[in-house]
Design a binder for this molecule. Structure first.
Ligand code: B1M
Length: 240
């Protein structure tokens, strides 16, 4: 096994077991060896978190285990994010995103942020548990091309409709494209609540939004990273 393979396996195991210092150290070592940040993300960290979810469903893991695994991964994301984000280029568009009220999951949303930044968007991240009025205020303040809502629980998905109604009530509905996503969300549900688009994952979300605002970034580093990410995600998903 090469050192790179050992690092991928180590990242998978240590994320699964919530060993944050080891995840951080291996991420740093991998980067020093020249490993691609996208490779670290999509071939080690995300598959590990998917395994966490499977174990939670089976009853082998409980909330504390999910939490420490997520924290361990977040530590790696902090290191990877600036490497994926594009620097210095003219933004291709503005994007406001947040996890809806009542929902504190943020890893999937953070991945969307990383990918969007990587593709050249100026992103305003409102964080988790975001109330409708905060989304409305962000549209008024930042005048984004797109606003994105993430929901990760079946119980918080109805907040999409509440947010959209609040945006309409503020007279802003025609001014912004509304995108939704998150693990339990479907295209049918998105349509049902009146969203403009739905994407199943961060790469698709980024691809769609680039089409919406028109890609003025050419073949920038960020755009190339995005294309690479799309390929890696597709591969990861195909493997299951
Ligand atoms: Co929670 N949790 N959790 N959890 N958690 C899930 C989501 C769950 C599926 C686990 C399970 O049962 N298998 C389940 C939800 C079931 C359901 O409603 N369908 C669940 C539950 C039940 C809960 C609690 C209720 C548990 C409890 O307390 N009894 C509780 C709720 C807390 C709350 O929010 N109010 C809870 C808590 C937590 C932790 C805090 C411990 C932790 C979150 C830590 C954090 O995020 N900082 C946690 C975790 C880690 C998970 C799992 C294991 C992993 C989530 C994750 O990060 N996935 C998750 C199980 C799983 O997903 N297999 C689970 C990886 C991430 C890359 O994927 O989030 O799908 P995902 O994001 C994707 C896409 O969804 C998409 O792009 C992302 C990247 O490709 N996407 C968009 C996301 N936003 C988008 C927006 C877009 C477009 C695409 O456009 C705008």
């Amino acid at each position: 096994m090469s050192r790179e393979e050992e690092i991928r396996a180590g990242l998978f195991d240590h994320t699964l077991n919530g060993h944050a210092p080891e995840v951080k150290a291996l991420t740093e070592e991998g980067l020093k060896l020249g490993m691609d940040p996208m490779d670290i993300l999509f071939k080690a960290l995300i598959p590990s978190l998917e395994e966490v979810g499977r174990r939670f469903e089976k009853g082998d893991f409980f909330v504390p285990e999910m939490l420490i695994a997520a924290r361990a991964m977040q530590g790696a994301l902090v290191i990877l994010r600036p490497l994926i984000a594009e620097t210095g280029a003219q933004p291709v568009g503005r994007y406001v995103i947040g996890t809806v009220k009542g929902d504190i999951h943020d890893i999937g949303k953070n991945l969307c942020v990383i990918m969007l930044e990587g593709a050249g968007f100026e992103v305003f991240d409102l964080g988790v548990n975001t109330p409708p009025e905060k989304f409305v205020a962000a549209i008024e303040q930042h005048k984004p091309d797109v606003i994105g809502f993430s929901a990760f629980l079946t119980t918080t998905m109805p907040m999409f409709k509440v947010n959209i109604d609040a945006i309409a009530k503020a007279g802003l509905r025609e001014k912004v494209h509304i995108a939704v996503g998150g693990a339990p969300v479907t295209a049918e549900y998105a349509k049902h609540v009146g969203a403009d688009s739905y994407a199943p994952d961060a790469s698709m979300a980024t691809r769609m939004v680039k089409e919406i605002v028109g890609d003025r970034s050419g073949s920038s580093q960020g755009a190339q990273a995005l294309e690479q990410a799309v390929k890696l995600i597709d591969e990861t998903l195909k493997k299951g």
